[in-house]
Design a protein around this ligand. Structure first.
Ligand SMILES: [Zn+2]
Ligand SMILES: [Zn+2]
Length: 359
């Protein structure tokens, strides 16, 4: 076994250098929690994907991810004339490479059913095979018996919900029986505002995943600075157990293109931890220096305020940038509230986060 591992490591290390460069995405930690970059919805040739499992590890490494789950479909395996293996095989092939690369690989599967209840992923499985069942409830039961974290995938997928995104009685049943702990608020780059609202109302964990089937670069334009859709997990420690605890506790946010989706308490802390803000008064103007230490962009838009405080209408804080913002104080006022909305931090469906800098 030791010999095999060192052989695998040797193969890994002799891959072309470009394949080994890890891109680090700078997203701040929260107070007391480490921010882990995760993708919990990925396919390989062992279901309907077009990529070998080890390639998924190399992709995750290059993109600076901390954890992934390969979630091949249980019920849909169009390559099975050529690739005929059990439901654990994609995990087993990827696991030693993940270990060598320092990527946390979580065993998962996609329970793939017509609507309702649609598709769901089960994470932290020990054995995927018992999920292969005739009746969907038996598949969910098998996942629950393994203490899986189960979430509803792409609730607004138009192939299954063509007109509107509906919550079905079957979902109430899954929720009540402890077989649904979260849902995808973003799948690929598609955002589901209804799912966002359900997560807030029903205290479900928000997830955003790539659901990648082809090589990842076919879906995201990395050459132009794109990143894959990911779930940010705010964990007590960077381990599988740490991720598990955080997912069950609902400590996540979703990072999709320039947008973050999540509970206000987490997005507010991310915003504050990303920025160093200093305020200097100079007579009847105020100079605010904002240094962004993250790779996140923030789009600010002025909201209702004392009009004697004169500042921008729209302002963009660029990744890793330093900005000087001048605020004028008119009619002898000594200060006030600089109110704005951070439009790309969604704390309610399609609504940004309000924020105030006190002057
Ligand atoms: Zn698929
Ligand atoms: Zn699916």
């Amino acid at each position: 076994m030791k010999h095999l591992l060192s052989l695998i490591l040797a193969v890994w290390l002799t891959q072309p250098l470009a394949a080994q460069v890890r891109g680090e995405v700078q997203i701040p930690n929260l107070n007391g929690f480490v921010t882990l970059k995760c993708d919990f919805h990925i396919h390989t040739v062992f279901s309907d994907g077009n990529v070998w499992p080890t390639v998924r590890i190399a992709e995750a490494y290059r993109e600076g991810l901390d954890a992934i789950s390969i979630t091949d479909h249980i019920e849909y395996r169009p390559h099975n004339e050529d690739i005929n293996a059990d439901h654990n095989r994609s995990f087993d092939i990827a696991a030693p490479i993940a270990k060598a690369a320092g990527i946390i690989l979580i065993k998962g599967s996609e329970i793939t059913r017509a609507m309702p209840p649609g598709h769901s992923n089960a994470l932290f499985l020990t054995d995927s095979n018992p999920l292969d069942q005739q009746e969907y409830m038996d598949a969910f039961e098998a996942a629950k018996q393994q203490n899986a974290f189960i979430f509803w995938n792409h609730p607004g997928w138009d192939a299954q919900q063509p007109d509107t995104t509906l919550w079905w009685p079957e979902h109430t049943k899954l929720l009540e029986q402890g077989m649904m702990m979260g849902m995808e608020v973003v799948n690929g780059t598609e955002y589901f505002p209804e799912a966002h609202q359900w997560c807030l109302d029903k205290k479900l964990t928000m997830l955003g995943n790539s659901d990648v089937h082809d090589p990842i670069q076919a879906q995201f334009d990395f050459a132009n600075g794109a990143h894959r859709t990911m779930t940010l997990v705010f964990a007590k420690e960077a381990t599988q157990e740490g991720i598990r605890e955080a997912l069950f506790a609902g400590r996540t946010a979703v990072y999709n293109e320039e947008v973050l989706v999540g509970e206000e308490r987490y997005l507010k802390e991310l915003f504050e931890n990303a920025l160093d803000i200093t305020v200097e008064k100079r007579g009847n103007s105020v100079r605010i220096t904002v240094k962004n230490n993250s790779d996140l962009v923030f789009h600010l838009k002025k909201t209702q305020h004392d009009t004697r405080l004169v500042y921008f209408r729209n302002y963009t804080i660029v990744p890793q940038g330093t900005h000087v913002i001048t605020v004028r104080l008119q009619e002898g006022i000594q200060g006030g509230d600089m109110n704005f909305n951070v439009e790309n931090l969604l704390v309610q469906p399609n609504q940004g986060m309000n924020y105030t800098i006190k002057i």
